[in-house]
Design a protein around this ligand. Structure first.
Ligand code: PEP
Ligand code: MN
Length: 354
């Protein structure tokens, strides 16, 4: 079957305003769902999100309330008048959500990384072009995987198709929970200019204090809207507690957002600068990881009464790094200076162990 064109995807009718989708990470009880939805509706949010089937990294945690949550979302539609969105990851989820008349289905980052799961979901959506589907970026920073996931849904006849940028998983500790790698959604925008692309600052930042600055950054970079996690009692939330904001906090965040008109700033220079920023974030995270391993080695040396500086090991390391740097096209003297600075700091850390 030939691929349908991604170019005729309908942008959502946004009338110049950024779309805001907000709601808890998970629907937990009927009361929490309705209270949060009422509070969000009162601050002008028109689309409510809540996960009812939760993909959790470890088994045994809260895995969502399941099908009963669909009835709670129906009450949000009928009694509060909001459109509702939930996450689907299996054919059963899609069928149940479509039967319940859920307006927007989103595919999460763990699912969009899996072409088999995406094809099953697409097949279950076939013929349901009334529904809007959001496809979050896959966990790994692979634009073709994201495009492939969108294409499978498009091939099922869905034209109300949007992408959601939620950042990418990476090892080690970083400022943000998920690395934004902004150049990837920018490239998606270049390839599929007509598609609505939203940003999810909650899952990128992972902490509530990052929601406001990341939301402003996203709008400044030309995203069409935001998906933000909001819970009436974030500290008691059963999932993603640290990144959720109350509806009142969300109101303050939205009130302070500046919606700038004019061309988004995703010109070539900004794109390249974003890549530099991404590289620097990676560099710093790797350096921090290296120092922590180094302190571990320092503790070992101390426990075994070994000298901190072992000249033969140092010579071997420098030699290996210089040749590796050379094969990567790095200037030899530069590699030497960088490696020496890193080594000196390592030694300093090992000598100052507390
Ligand atoms: C969510 O939106 O709650 C969620 C699980 O998102 P993601 O797939 O981006 O991790
Ligand atoms: Mn979440």
């Amino acid at each position: 079957m030939p691929n349908f064109s991604l170019q005729d995807i309908q942008p959502l009718p946004l009338q110049g305003e950024p779309l805001v989708i907000a709601g808890p990470c998970s629907a937990e009880t009927e009361q929490q769902t309705l209270d949060t939805a009422r509070a969000l509706s009162a601050i002008g949010v028109k689309v409510f999100r809540a996960g009812i089937w939760k993909p959790r990294t470890m088994p045994g945690g809260f895995e969502g309330v399941g099908d009963q949550g669909l009835q709670w979302l129906r009450r949000v539609q009928d009694e509060i008048g909001m459109a509702v969105a939930t996450e689907v990851a299996t054919v059963d989820h899609v069928r149940a959500a479509l039967d319940a008349g859920i307006d927007i289905l989103w595919v999460g980052a763990r699912t969009s990384a899996n072409p088999f799961a995406m094809q099953d979901i697409a097949d279950a959506l076939n013929g349901h072009d009334e529904v809007t589907v959001l496809v979050k970026n896959p966990l790994n920073p692979d634009l073709s995987l994201w495009l492939g996931a969108l294409q499978r849904i498009r091939n099922a006849g869905i034209t109300r198709l949007c992408a959601v940028h939620r950042g990418f998983s990476s090892a080690g500790s970083h400022l943000y929970r998920n690395d934004p790698q902004w150049h990837i959604p920018f490239e998606l925008r270049r390839l599929v200019p007509g598609m609505t692309i939203l940003c999810d600052p909650s899952h990128i930042g992972g902490k509530r204090e990052f929601v406001a600055p990341l939301s402003q950054l996203a709008l400044d970079m030309g995203f069409d809207g935001l998906m933000i996690e909001s819970h009436c009692a974030p500290d008691q939330a059963l999932s993603d507690s640290a990144q959720q904001v109350t509806p009142e906090e969300l109101k303050t965040i939205l009130d302070r957002l500046v919606v700038r008109s004019g061309a988004p700033i995703e010109d070539e220079l900004s794109l390249l600068r974003q890549q530099i920023d991404d590289c620097d974030h990676e560099l710093l995270a790797v350096l921090a990881r290296r120092m922590s391993v180094s302190r571990e080695i320092g503790r070992f040396k101390k426990a075994h009464n070994l000298r901190v500086v072992q000249p033969t090991r140092y010579q071997e390391v420098i030699k290996a790094r210089l040749s590796e740097g050379q094969s990567l096209g790095l200037d030899e003297e530069f590699t030497q200076r960088v490696m020496q600075a890193i080594h000196e700091e390592s030694v300093r850390q090992q000598l100052n162990l507390t």
